[in-house]
Every structure is written in C-alpha cells, then in structure tokens.
Design a protein around this ligand. Structure first.
Ligand SMILES: [Mg+2]
Length: 267
C-alpha cells in the first residue's frame, strides 16, 4: 500500500474550507449602547455615586472633610488618572483613584477595603443610555453564524463594574471575552489591549474584525494591531477621522453583517 494514498484526499472531494474570520470584537460605549440620550454631565452623574462612598465611609466611623471637598477630590483625581493614562495609553485604574481620594481625605488607603468602596459607589446603567435598536439582533446573528465575540472598552473600571450594565441590557452572555483598559493595563489604541483579547479568543488579528465609534482609539488601534477595522459612524456622533482610515464604515450595526459575508468570500 502506498502510504501517501491514505493521507491524501481524492481530488474530487472538497477540502473543508476554514472561514476567513474567527471573531468579531466590539467597543462598548456608543458602539453597542447609545449614550446620546444622557442628560447629565460626568460630574453631575457622579455626584450621587461619590456620595454613596462618602456615606459608606461615614458609616464605618471615618471622619471626613466636607462632602463637596470629597466630591471635588474625586473629580480631580479622576481627571488626573485619565490625563496620565493618555500620555502613554496605559490603563487608568479606578481603584487607584479611590485610594488617592481617600488619602486626600486624610484616610490611610492601606487600611481600607477598596473593593468594598467600588461596590458602594454603585455604578449602574445611566438614565437615557439605551441599546441601539439592532444591537441584540446583530450579536445574535453573529453568534448563530459561529463567530466568537469580544468586547474591549476604554474604561477605568474593572470589567465586573461594566458587567452591571451588560447584564441590564441583556448583553452579558454574548461575549467570549470582555476586557476594560483597567483590566488590561492599556488603553486603546495601544496594541496590547487588542492582543490580549485575541489571545483569549485564540485567534490572529487578521482573522478578527473590530467595530468601534472612535477613530483615534478604536480604528487607529485596530489598524495598528492588524485587525480589520469597522467604524460605526451614525450621524449623531460626528467623529473627526483626523487622518485615520477605517477598512469599512457603517452607520448602523446591521450593516456589519453583509461585510462579514463579503469577507468570507475572500481567500
Ligand atoms: Mg466608544
């Protein structure tokens, strides 16, 4: 028996063809959920949440400065964390912000349960923030088509805090991997946050699509990391491309589905 004959498929038998794309990854804010209906600014939105921490610390018996001073320290330390992070696209860390706020208030951060403070803060879906009308249908279609799904968000919260929103919007179970910049230690567009998500999905950048609304973070990052980039550019966002060139541009998430069909036709 010719040993090679048992291992070669007859020419008439088509080889199973591997799909071109394994995974579709998404940004979260203004890509899967629509923040355009939010009526509050960041400071206003945070005031009751920071008050939750203040009350929690008071109930533990700590002596604190005036509530307005505590809130101002939170705003200042949050801004500082973001400014530092964007200097080199390192990951901002909400826990570190809280440590600094507590130190500003005269407390010893080392003696505090920071996870308990994060839970006391009580991050939750914000009023006016909703799913896009087609978010669930598109994720469902992609799952049914067999794609692994990922979520990569530039958030200074750990993922468990953003999961509260995903659960509320019934998106939590769609994703094979979910990463925040805090968890990854890097912000988009740094390559490392994309690489980390792809490693979780056990795939290569050229076999993955990234969908996001921010040219500078999502599209520049996906392009630099070698993923296929899709800019979600609905009329209400008015993002400036600033020289960034997405592989595809869509105005609704549903427009992503025919793009995948086309990509699968490529060899
Ligand atoms: Mg976004």
């Amino acid at each position: 028996m010719n040993p090679s004959s048992s291992t070669l498929a007859p020419s008439s038998m088509p080889r199973p063809r591997r799909r071109r794309i394994d995974a579709v990854l998404f940004d979260m804010d203004d890509t899967l959920i629509d923040w355009s209906g939010l009526k509050l600014g960041w400071e206003e939105l945070n005031r009751p949440l920071v008050a939750n921490i203040y009350t929690f610390l008071e109930q533990l018996g700590h002596t604190l400065p005036d509530p307005d001073e505590f809130h101002s320290a939170f705003q200042r330390r949050s801004s500082e964390a973001w400014n530092q992070a964007t200097e080199n696209w390192s990951g901002p860390d909400f826990a570190e912000v809280l440590r600094r706020v507590c130190a500003d208030a005269g407390l010893d951060p080392g003696g505090l349960d920071i996870d308990a403070l994060m839970r006391a803060y009580g991050w939750q879906p914000m009023p006016g923030v909703v799913l896009y009308p087609d978010t669930v249908a598109v994720l469902q279609a992609l799952r049914e088509a067999g794609y692994a799904l990922g979520l990569v968000t530039n958030s200074y919260f750990p993922m468990w805090m953003r999961d509260v929103e995903l659960e509320h919007y019934q998106l939590l179970d769609f994703f094979n991997v979910r990463i925040t910049a805090c968890d990854a230690g890097h912000l988009k567009p740094h390559r490392a946050i994309f690489t980390r998500a792809l490693e979780h999905l056990d795939t290569e950048p050229e076999r993955a699509v990234f969908v996001g609304d921010r040219p500078e973070h999502d599209i520049r990052g996906a392009n630099d990391a070698g993923l296929i980039s899709v800019l979600l550019d609905p009329p209400h966002l008015e993002r400036d491309l600033d020289g960034v060139v997405p592989d595809y541009t869509i105005t609704t998430l549903s427009e992503l589905l025919p793009i995948l069909v086309e990509l699968e036709k490529e060899t």
